[in-house]
Design a protein around this ligand. Sequence first.
Ligand code: PLP
Length: 242
Amino acid sequence: MNFLKENIQEVEKNIEEACRKSNRNPKDITLICVSKTKPVEMIEALVHLGYVSFGENKVQELVGKIEHFENVEHPKLDLHPKLDWHLIGHLQTNKVKYIVDKVSLIHSVDSMKLAAEIDKEARKKNVIANILIETNIANEDTKFGVTKEACLDLVKDISRLENVRIQGLMTIAPYVSDGEENRVHFKALRELARMIESCSIENVSMKILSMGMTGDYQVAIEEGATHIRVGTGIFGERQYHI
Ligand SMILES: *Cc1c(COP(=O)(O)O)cnc(C)c1O
């Protein structure tokens, strides 16, 4: 699977270039390899190249892949640090229990109802769930996420939950042919995070900005992304058989 190595080296090069432009350190950027619809063999190949952070958007697929890697029949992988799984897609409340103690970060929390369910399940399993607030920064009808205007109030409400820790914001920017068009949205998300940070809400951190995908991650980095979510740029086009 040489193409994976070539693709990810290209992504690394682009990350470095965006960091150079914006005076940032590439070490401050977490590259989440978005492996949805892709087989575990591809994830394994990336693990062997030293990558540990993977993102999935469907609970069932995520759980299946996590179980695959927990399986003791992967002795070669013992050498590697524990994998770091991210739930990046819409999460239904009835599925929270399957993933709450298995992922390092839930990127897609956009309601108090969902946060309360995460809190409840996290308490049962005696863990603190790290979450991001998904914000529909461009106000698209088709997107999940809280509006920019409602974000602060939601953060304040969720901050009272004991087993949930808000670590920052996430957005899925509009699909555009030129990533540059999304700069304004990435800037807006960063400014929203700054505004919330300035409120010094107990139990709330704004240290993570999860923004930028294959078409626009360089722009997102220039505008302050700490976590980028790249699928196609690493794994190639996805095929959906539905
Ligand atoms: C699929 C997906 C990505 C990756 O998209 P690419 O354009 O393939 O890089 C990133 N974030 C979320 C939430 C996704 O669902």
